[in-house]
Design a protein around this ligand. Structure first.
Ligand SMILES: CC(C)(COP(=O)(O)OP(=O)(O)OC[C@H]1O[C@@H](n2cnc3c(N)ncnc32)[C@H](O)[C@@H]1OP(=O)(O)O)[C@@H](O)C(=O)NCCC(=O)NCCS
Length: 224
C-alpha cells in the first residue's frame, strides 16, 4: 500500500481528531502515514503515541512529508503554512474522510484541504487549498469554498454560494442559496457566528451573528 507521509501542524483538539482517523483510514488502498505533530509550543515528546517535533526538527527529519495545518483560525493556518513553506515543506494531498460523499467528477479539492466524517458535497464544487470542512457539513451545487476557509461542525452551505479566502463559519451556521450567475458571497475574512443564518452577502472582514445574520462589528479575529 502506498502511504503518503504526513506532518500535522498543531496538536490541539482538531489536530488530534484528524490524527485519529488518518491513522485508521484507507482510500482505495491508499493511506497516510502520520509521522509527527509539529508544534513549537508543546512541551511534550509525544502525544497519543505520535512524536511532537518543532518545525526545525520536522523539516530536517522529514523534508518530503506533506503538511496539514489543523488549527481552526484561517489566518493562523495561513501563517503556519507560510512558515512550513519557508522550511521547504509542501502541502499534503487533500485529506478526505472515507465516509465523505461527493461526486469526484466535479468536486475539486486543493492541496492541504481536509474534509471530516459525515460531510456531503454534491456537484460542481471547488474547495480551496488548506480549507477545513469539519464533521457533518453539507455543501451544495456550484459552491466555492475559498482557500483557508473554515466550516465548523454542522455547517450547511447551500447552492451557488461563494466563500472568499479565510472565511470562518461557526458551528451549525447555515446559508441560504444564491442563484446562477449571482452567488451569495462572503468576502475574505468574514466570520459567521455559531448558529447564524446568512441570508445575504457578507462584506469582507465583517462578523455576522443571529437569525437572520446581521453585522456585529468589524472583525479583529475572534474565530476561536
Ligand atoms: C461570533 C463569534 C466569532 C464572536 O466572538 P467574540 O467576538 O469573542 O464575541 P463575544 O464572545 O465577546 O460575544 C460578544 C457578544 O456577541 C454575542 N454572541 C457571540 N456569539 C454569538 C453567536 N454565535 N450568535 C449570537 N450572539 C453571539 C454574545 O452573547 C455577546 O453578546 P453581549 O455583548 O450582549 O453579551 C463567536 O461567538 C462565535 O460564534 N464563534 C464560533 C465558535 C465555533 O463555532 N467554533 C467552532 C469550534 S469547532
Amino acid at each position: 500500500m502506498q502511504a503518503q507521509e504526513l506532518l500535522i501542524f498543531g496538536a490541539g483538539g482538531f489536530g488530534r481528531e484528524v490524527a485519529s482517523w488518518v491513522q485508521r483510514a484507507t482510500w482505495n488502498g491508499h493511506g497516510f502515514r502520520l509521522l509527527a505533530f509539529v508544534d513549537d509550543g508543546l512541551q511534550a515528546a509525544e502525544l497519543s503515541g505520535v512524536p511532537v517535533l518543532t518545525l526545525e526538527r520536522a523539516a530536517a527529519a522529514h523534508p518530503g512529508a506533506g503538511v496539514l495545518a489543523s488549527v481552526g483560525d484561517p489566518r493562523l493556518r495561513q501563517r503556519l503554512i507560510a512558515r512550513a513553506r519557508e522550511h521547504g515543506l509542501t502541502a499534503t494531498a487533500p485529506l478526505i474522510h472515507p465516509s465523505v460523499e461527493y461526486d469526484a467528477r466535479s468536486v475539486r479539492f486543493g492541496d492541504g484541504a481536509v474534509v471530516c466524517a459525515g460531510s456531503i458535497l454534491t456537484v460542481d464544487i471547488e474547495v480551496g487549498e488548506h480549507a477545513q470542512v469539519n464533521l457533518d457539513c453539507t455543501v451544495g451545487h456550484d459552491a466555492v469554498i475559498g482557500a483557508y476557509a473554515t466550516l465548523s461542525p454542522g455547517v450547511h452551505i447551500s447552492g451557488n454560494v461563494a466563500l472568499e479566502q479565510c472565511v470562518f463559519f461557526g458551528t451549525g451556521a447555515v446559508t441560504l442559496n444564491g442563484s446562477p450567475g449571482r452567488p451569495l458571497r462572503l468576502g475574505a475574512d468574514a466570520v459567521v457566528g455559531a448558529g447564524a443564518v446568512v441570508t445575504r452577502d457578507v462584506p469582507a472582514g465583517t462578523t455576522v451573528v443571529g437569525v437572520p445574520a446581521r453585522a456585529r462589528n468589524q472583525v479583529s479575529g475572534g474565530a476561536q
